[in-house]
Each structure stands twice: as C-alpha cells, then as structure tokens.
Design a protein around this ligand. Structure first.
Ligand SMILES: *Cc1c(COP(=O)(O)O)cnc(C)c1O
Length: 391
C-alpha cells in the first residue's frame, strides 16, 4: 500500500468544515446571553429563504430534518391513517416521521441506476388511501420531480421532499424543496450545511408554515424571542399540542456562515467527486451514475458498490479494510425493511424491494467532506486500489 497508515490520522467520515467565522459567531452568541431561538435563527431563516428563492414567510427553522418531516405532515393536514409512499433506500427517520404523524408508510422500490424512488413503482403503490408522496433526493441526486408532481396532481396527493442530502441540488433549474408542498432540510453534522443538529422547512403556503412554527414550539402562539425580547413581556396562548422542535441561536450562529459558504463547499466536493470518478474508473466497483441532464447533483454522498463476485471481497470486508487503513466510511443505507422493527410491525421482507435490498447490501460511502485535503483524497483512492487490486 502506498501509505504507512500508522503515522496517519483517522479520516473521520462526514467531518464538517468549520471555519473561523462559525467559531467567532458562536462565541458572540454565547457572549450575547441569548442562546435560544432568537435573532440569529430569524437571520438564518431569512438567509435560507433568499438562498431558496422563496419568501421569508415560507421557511421555518427547526432542530432537525426529522422534526421538519414530522411537522410538515401534520401541517399538511393529512388525515390520520392515510398512506404515504416513500423509498426503502433512506434513513430510518424518513419512515419514523411518517409513523409519528400517525400515517402509514408504503414503500416503492428505487431505480437501480439513480437509486431514487422509481415513479413507476410509486404509481403501482397508489391506493384509495394514499394521501402523500415523500421522495428522498438520495445522495444529492434529484428525484424525477416532473413525473412525481404529475402523479401528485393526477391523484391529488401532498408531496413532501426529503432534501436532507440535497441543499444545493436543482431539477430543471429550480431548487429542490420548492416542487412539493414542503421541502425538509437537515443540518446534521455530516450534511452539506452543518449546525450540529438542525433542520429547515420550506413550504408553499404561508398558512402551513405558520402552523408548522406553532407546532414546532409547544403549540404556542408566540415564540420566546417575542415573549422575552426587548419589546416587553407578551402573553402567549397554547393553541394546540405541539412539540419541542425549535432551533437555537447557537445552532443558527454556525449555520449562517455554513450557508454563506455553501457554494464553495459544493465546488470542493464536486472536485473530489471528479477525482474519485477518474481514480476508480478501472476498478471492478460500481460508481455513481452521471447526473441526469437538466439537474444539479448535491454531491452529498459518493457511494460505490462492492459486489463480492466482481471485487473478490464482501462489502463488509471492504468496510473493515478501509477502517484498518484509518479511513472512515458509511453505509447509506441498508434498506429500511432490513431492520427488525419494521419487519415485526409490518411484516416487511427486504426481498419485496429487490433493488433497494441489493444496493443496501453492496453500498459504501467514501469520505466527501470539503474538509478533505488533496492528499486525503489521494490516500482514499490509493487505499481503495490497495484493497481491490490483486483480489
Ligand atoms: C439525515 C437524514 C434525515 C434526518 O435528518 P436529522 O436532521 O438528523 O433529523 C432524514 N432523511 C435523510 C435522507 C437523512 O439523510
């Protein structure tokens, strides 16, 4: 192997790139005495609205994408017990949020090429009880929003986009999260814009966003900034039974500067992506397919497929070998029906969604953080070669 890994640091998967501006702003926030939801969250919402090209009344900051998904399904007013169609190749939070909203998840298999939910599979899964589609823009690759929106119009369905991977992605020149009724974003540490924990809801309707804000803070009619701010104490009313999903100013302090660098970070990840594409072209591993015409890929996850027969090593053997070389990897994702909870509750078996099952058993995510140096990228490429060549 080209590198002596004993002297090298462990390359943490998904390490965020935190700049001095984030550190200074977080310190200023701590020193201000206002840590909770306040002026920095309001500024972050405004900046995000400008970034998405929507009005400030169309965004609501929350403390996770999971919260964003949950609250948007409630604010959409979907009747309890209705079916929501989503992908089996996603993080468990997508499906759990459907359950928390009192709705019934229905899985539709992915297209093996794009790894995104297949519109034909969505159509086949529609029943008289279907009320919503929840597409996930997997790895940053936009779903076929033209076909999904056409299905939604035809069957009168709500669309909630899980944009956790796709903050910079576009479909036909328009930003993701603005096609459906709602777009839900994540600012978890490993995501493209990181605040540690955090999320954002983008919505078509001002009323539904206003309701989302109430639901995200105990069901209270006014948030704490408006109660304890410099305008004097204001009484609030509890108008429904909400949740504790508000974002802190301390999180927004980080997000403000992460968002300001979103394009720079994307360009860095795009450059790493191209080096991986070139560096792995001769290897017997499956690579991400090129971005579809008319789309901009969010470059969130670089996933390779390790097929035991072609590679001479199992996926899990490959993960172990990467770890031994001190390179952190991820698995996005074992398909949802591989997990015992869903098997027991719904009787799901992975074989029912064969494309997601096969992808989930072969996939490996390689480091793709803007924090990686050119030497780090070389090290990843050389290590993958070292593991596979001669097998
Ligand atoms: C990370 C992620 C979520 C959850 O985001 P949190 O902000 O951690 O709640 C939801 N869906 C997908 C596809 C994700 O990757």
């Amino acid at each position: 192997m080209a590198h002596d890994s004993d002297s090298l640091p462990f390359l943490v998967f998904g390490a965020p790139h935190i700049g001095e501006a984030e550190i200074d702003e977080a310190l200023a926030c701590l020193r201000s005495g206002w840590l909770g939801t306040g002026p920095r969250v309001a500024q972050f919402e405004q900046d995000f609205a400008v970034f998405r090209g929507v009005k400030a009344t169309q965004v609501a900051a929350v403390n996770s994408c999971t919260a964003a998904l949950h609250v948007s399904m409630l604010a959409a007013g979907i009747e309890a017990g209705s079916e929501v169609i989503t992908t089996p190749l996603t993080f468990c939070a997508t499906v759990n949020a459907i359950l928390h909203a009192g709705l019934v998840p229905v899985l539709a298999d992915v297209d093996p090429q794009t790894q995104n939910i297949d519109p034909d599979a969505i159509e086949a899964a529609i029943t008289p009880r279907t009320r919503a589609i929840l597409p996930v823009h997997f790895a940053g690759r936009p779903c076929a929003m033209d076909r999904i929106m056409a299905l939604a119009r035809k069957h009168d369905l709500v669309v909630i986009e899980d944009c956790a991977h796709a903050v910079e992605a576009q479909f036909n020149g328009l930003p993701l999260g603005t096609f459906g009724d709602f777009g839900c974003f994540s600012f978890y540490v490993t995501k493209n814009v990181a605040t540690g924990e955090g999320g954002m809801i983008v919505g078509r309707s001002d009323e539904q966003i206003a309701r989302s804000k109430v639901l995200a803070l105990h069901g209270m009619s006014k948030d704490a900034w408006h109660r304890f701010g410099d305008q004097g104490y204001k009484h609030y009313q509890v108008v429904e039974c909400g949740f504790k999903y508000n974002m802190m100013d301390l999180q927004a302090a980080i997000g403000l500067h992460q968002l300001a660098r979103v394009e720079e970070s994307w360009l860095r990840r795009d450059a790493i992506w191209k080096r991986y594409d070139a560096g792995f072209a001769q290897l017997p591993i499956g690579l991400p397919s090129p971005a579809e015409a008319g789309t901009r890929h969010g470059r969130h996850l670089y996933t390779v497929m390790i097929d035991n027969d072609r590679c001479g090593i199992s996926r899990d053997g490959f993960l172990d070998a990467m770890n031994a070389a001190k390179i952190g990897t991820g698995v996005h994702y074992l398909s949802v029906p591989e997990h015992p909870y869903y098997q027991q509750r719904f009787g799901w078996r992975p074989e029912q969604w064969p494309h997601a099952m096969k992808l989930g058993r072969e996939t490996v995510s390689l480091p793709l953080s803007p924090a990686l140096s050119d030497a780090d990228v070389t090290r990843v490429i050389d290590t993958v070669h070292g593991i596979l060549v001669g097998k």
